[in-house]
Design a binder for this molecule. Structure first.
Ligand code: HEC
Ligand code: HEC
Length: 678
């Protein structure tokens, strides 16, 4: 590569200078473009050696004969460098954006994805002892909203998932050259690369699938479907679904209670071993069509935590469920305590909001962190899908968003973002003969060996980054899985509104089927009233209705205000990097605002507002005009989710919504291009 760029000794000298300078990000563009002005980076001054290739919010690396831990502190917009043994912070590196994940590349550098800036940053360590610091040496653009990262086994490439951009982008490091990009379904999140470097596995927070993306060759990504996977053998084998409490519940009975209808959501994390890929998910069962709430039923859970295991040797090049097995999480673990957490036969202490996962190959375990219940669970990774129970569990500080395992040292680090605490878990002694079955995890929920609060960053460094104190409280309530004040069956707001967005599902409600709306950036005055029917005048009134539907006991006024503050402050998606052609967008905007087409009459404020009135637009009941803010990423569409795409919506509703019956194909394309920019 150096030769290809005509790199000379003189240039190598210039590289040193260049490293000191802050590098401008090259714009994200289709692969093959390579900004040659970004000269080649030599070896890192102090090369880090990764313990794990799969990204997380925390990573452990070897530097010579000691170890360092790196934490992506999203609230503080900083990387914290910590001694993994004592958990003391050694230094921090302030970023100009929110770090979502980090990992260490084969070049010995720390690579960080900046979620809100849609950039990938390369950092290296300089200096000694206490004067050690991170320095930025590379910065490149990624598709919109990079959230997951993984390094290839040779350490020469990074796979970056872009949640809002719906892509997996592959970069060669250290240059940061984009080598490939693959369009994926909605909200890709966790990424892991197989040991042979052939495939990246990508979880999706909505949409019931895991994507397998080939890293070389010209085969297409494959969607591994998580709906309709047969859970019956698991139910029969161990009766694990309803181990205690109510009897007679299974996945097979009745048409409404058909497991083929289950959809998987909350696929935030991926962990990988030599043979298997693990994705913690939550299987959603939406219940009967008539309900007093959101699919609430007393006889079966609407949200069932599960661990998806993919046998990588069985995956073909076609989309199918082959090789995919799903085990229900949290079998009769600690039966006595569990009984108290039951609500009418439904467990309330489940891992409803899994956020991070990591494998411990030495002990044959997968560790999963659960938001809301604030736990880390350990599952067997070697015995196949029939073993469903957690082997061990730890209670951790609020908001566990990342796990890093140091299998040799027998510890795991967990980053709890809400509490701003890093904890060290003690992993059990592993027998030398690799008899993983003999390993004894603590039988009751244990505490971390050590937990340290990473001091807040100086106030002037936090300006404009962090949520207000009230909204932070609200965030905890929003993710309060298992909180009876919110729901009777353990569901949290984030169960249906992951990351403040939507689960892509249509729920039964007393008013009929209603698709979950995105919240982030959509709850301003100009979008009132709320709910598809517009039957609640304020967010506060709407939340009172929500808690009724969920069977929650209700929040205090202060808690309600905190929840509302969070709903207003939650991060909106960053702009899409690849916008449709400007001329097409302008034409679409004209049409949208054209009196004879009429869109803007109802969809006010350039589409993101609402006229606040109900209309019949040929879709059934009269509904209040919804805000179209961020409509590009909220498929499916309409109150009942009848349209899979905007393309379908515009063609089918033509002349029924607005007066656009006369619009031709090019006009509809222009309108769609405009909608994609809102
Ligand atoms: C079971 C899934 C589910 C859960 C859990 C849930 N919601 Fe919703 N949310 C929905 C659906 C479906 C709608 C549309 C309701 C309607 O139109 O009647 C909605 C609507 C909303 C709206 C109105 C949005 C708008 O633009 O009109 C807000 C605000 C909201 N939810 C916040 C919350 C909060 C806060 C929580 C937790 C207390 C929560 N939701 C829990 C599914 C859910
Ligand atoms: C008479 C008022 C009115 C007019 C005019 C109107 N809309 Fe709508 N729009 C609505 C209503 C009401 C809904 C909700 C329909 C439903 O959910 O069944 C809606 C839904 C939508 C949605 C789906 C939003 C979502 O999140 O599912 C899109 C996109 C949309 N409109 C675009 C347009 C465009 C483009 C035009 C102009 C051609 C237009 N609308 C004209 C009232 C209107």
């Amino acid at each position: 590569l150096a030769a290809a760029l005509g790199m000379t000794a003189a240039m190598a000298g210039a590289c040193a200078e260049e490293r000191a300078a802050v590098l401008e990000a090259s714009a994200w563009s289709a692969p093959t473009s390579f900004d040659v002005s970004q000269r080649v980076l030599g070896p890192a001054a102090q090369p880090l050696v990764a313990l794990e290739r799969t990204g997380s919010t925390v990573a452990i690396a070897k530097l010579g004969d000691h170890k360092l831990a790196f934490v992506a502190d999203e609230d503080g917009a900083a990387i914290r460098v910590v001694d993994p043994e004592t958990l003391t912070q050694l230094t921090h590196h302030r970023l100009d954006g929110k770090p979502s994940q980090l990992t260490i590349g084969g070049d010995g550098r720390l690579w960080v994805a900046l979620r809100d800036r849609s950039q990938l940053v390369g950092l290296e360590l300089r200096g000694d002892g206490d004067a050690r610091e991170l320095h930025e040496v590379r910065r490149v653009s990624t598709p919109a909203e990079p959230v997951g990262l993984a390094a290839s086994p040779d350490g020469k490439t990074l796979a970056v998932s872009a949640a809002w951009g719906q892509e997996l982008a592959i970069f060669a490091i250290p240059e940061g050259r984009a080598v490939a990009s693959h369009a994926l379904a909605r909200e890709p999140h966790g990424v892991a690369i197989s040991d042979d470097g052939a495939y990246a596995y990508v979880s999706h927070t909505v949409g019931s699938q895991v994507s397998r993306v080939p890293l070389s060759g010209d085969t297409e990504p494959v969607a591994l479907r998580l709906a309709g996977v047969d859970l019956t053998p698991i139910v029969r084998f161990r009766g694990c679904f309803m181990p205690i409490g109510r009897q007679g519940v299974d996945f097979r009975g009745g048409t409404d209670n058909n497991h083929h209808d289950r959809k998987a959501v909350q696929g935030f994390a991926v962990a990988i071993t030599e043979r298997s890929v693990f994705v913690p998910e939550v299987l959603v069962h939406r219940g009967e069509a008539t309900t007093g709430g959101y699919g609430t039923s007393s006889s079966y859970p609407t949200h069932q935590p599960a661990l998806v295991q993919i046998d990588t040797s069985k995956i073909g090049d076609e989309a199918s469920g082959e090789g995919v097995s799903i085990r229900v999480m949290n079998k009769a673990f600690l039966a006595k305590q569990a009984r108290e957490r039951f609500a009418g036969g439904i467990r309330r202490d489940g891992c409803f909001l899994p956020r991070a996962a990591a494998t411990d190959r030495k002990r044959g375990s997968v560790l999963v962190s659960c938001l809301g219940t604030d736990e880390v669970l350990a599952f067997d990774s070697e015995r196949g899908p029939l073993s469903t129970s957690a082997r061990g569990r730890w209670k951790v500080p609020a908001g566990p968003m990342g796990i890093a395992v140091d299998a040799e040292a027998g510890t795991a680090l967990v980053w709890s973002q809400f509490a701003s605490k890093l904890s060290q878990l003690d992993l059990p002694e592993a027998p030398a003969d690799h008899a993983v079955k003999k390993i004894r995890y603590p039988s009751t929920a244990s505490r971390p060996v050590r937990s340290a609060e990473l001091a807040p960053l100086p106030a002037d460094e936090r300006q404009g980054v962090a949520l207000s104190a009230l909204a932070q409280e609200g965030r905890t309530i929003f993710h309060g899985a298992g909180d009876t004040k919110i729901s009777r069956d353990g569901r949290a707001c984030a169960s249906c509104h992951p990351d403040g967005r939507d689960d892509g599902l249509t729920w039964p409600t007393p008013n009929g089927p209603r698709q979950t709306p995105m919240l982030a950036g959509r709850l301003a005055e100009h979008t009132a009233p709320f709910g598809w029917q517009g039957d609640t005048k304020s967010v506060s009134e709407h939340l009172t209705q929500t808690l009724q539907r969920l069977g929650g006991k209700g929040l205090s006024n202060h808690e309600l205000q905190a929840l509302i503050a969070y709903c207003h402050e939650m991060a909106t998606p960053p702009p899409k990097q690849e916008q449709p052609a400007a001329a097409l967008v302008r034409r679409g905007e004209q049409l949208f605002n054209d009196q004879t087409v009429g869109c803007a009459v109802c969809h006010t404020d350039a589409g993101v507002g609402s006229d606040g009135s109900r209309h019949g637009v040929g879709s059934g009941p009269e509904l209040e005009t919804p805000s179209l803010a961020f409509v590009a990423g909220t498929a499916p569409y309409f109150h009942d989710g009848r349209y899979a795409s905007l393309t379908d919506l515009l063609r089918d509703s033509k002349g029924k919504m607005g007066w656009g019956a006369h619009l031709g194909e090019p006009d509809l394309e222009a309108l769609e291009a405009y909608l994609l920019t809102l």
